[in-house]
Design a protein around this ligand. Structure first.
Ligand code: FE
Ligand code: FE
Ligand code: ZN
Length: 280
């Protein structure tokens, strides 16, 4: 497919169908939502009518949608109870995802909290092997991280090692966050082709299922993870435009996680659509 799907994060509080309607109004054709409030609390009750309503909208030219797991979910925590809670959240989130079959669920691989990268990788893969089921229609995406603190996922090799250990490889992929990857040190502004070739060599582009399209408040390699509006950060407009238009990334859902209100998201969606249409 030539062209990408574009949308942003939305609140699930009004239900699933309402998110689809909101995104139609914004002019986009995909979206993301947090499956739980950021503090990791309860999930919202879903009615079958609501789920069917969204299903109808998704058939009208939408790409896959990308649910986001809670930030409190840390599958490689040094604390056993935290790990168990994370596994429980993941399991329940994936059960609910089957109500909207065939979409993506992305999460932050986790922070190993001083246990070391190898232990972190083992724990994350272990958890995934406990929840990924053959009959699942959802693909679970590991997000590329900025590598702050003891975060796992700040380099492509770590993602590869997790995927290597996952048994059901048809149910796993990567969500490529442009702010995080830049902050982790990859030169998306100066050498986009090189970074994507490296991703392909180490992980494989066939695993890159979705993109989080964000500018960054910080320079490359800062390991900070502070998102900025498109074109207002250190990644910059030209780099982001090249990412949207890159042949290797076509056909994927792109999700904005930029600091914006409704008006700002509508403006950025329109901007990205213009980048897609304008000639090289
Ligand atoms: Fe994220
Ligand atoms: Fe992200
Ligand atoms: Zn972030």
């Amino acid at each position: 497919m030539s062209g990408i799907y574009i949308g942003c994060h939305l609140s699930v509080s009004g239900g699933y169908e309402a998110m689809g309607r909101t995104m139609q109004r914004y002019g986009g054709n995909t979206f993301a939502w947090f499956t739980r409030n950021p503090r990791g609390g309860k999930t919202k009750e879903i009615s079958m009518e609501d789920v069917r309503g969204l299903g109808q909208i998704l058939k009208e030219g939408f790409g896959p949608v990308v649910a986001h797991g809670s930030y409190t979910m840390n599958l490689c925590s040094a604390n056993e109870q935290t790990r168990a809670n994370g596994l429980d959240m993941l399991k329940k989130d994936l059960e609910r995802m089957e109500l909207v079959p065939g979409n993506y669920y992305n999460f932050h691989p986790g922070s190993h909290g001083g246990q070391g990268e190898e232990t972190g990788i083992e724990l994350i893969a272990d958890a995934l092997n406990q929840v990924l089921q053959e009959q699942m229609t959802t693909t679970v995406l590991l997000e590329t991280m900025a590598g702050k603190g003891s975060e796992v996922g700040g380099d492509f090799g770590q993602l590869r090692k997790i995927i290597d250990r996952v048994a059901r490889k048809d149910h796993i992929g990567v969500c490529f966050d442009t702010c995080h990857t830049w902050d982790a040190g990859y030169d998306l502004a100066g050498d986009l082709d090189g970074v994507l070739a490296e991703f392909d060599r180490i992980v494989g582009l066939e695993y890159l299922k979705a993109v989080h399209l964000n500018d960054s408040k910080n320079p490359r390699g800062s390991r900070k993870d502070r998102h900025e509006k498109l074109g207002r950060g250190l990644l910059g407009e030209e780099a982001l435009r090249n990412i949207v238009r890159h042949p290797a990334l076509q056909g994927r859902p792109f999700i904005l996680e930029t600091p914006n209100d409704e008006e700002g998201y509508i403006r950025e969606i329109r901007m990205v659509l213009e980048w897609m249409r304008s000639p090289a």
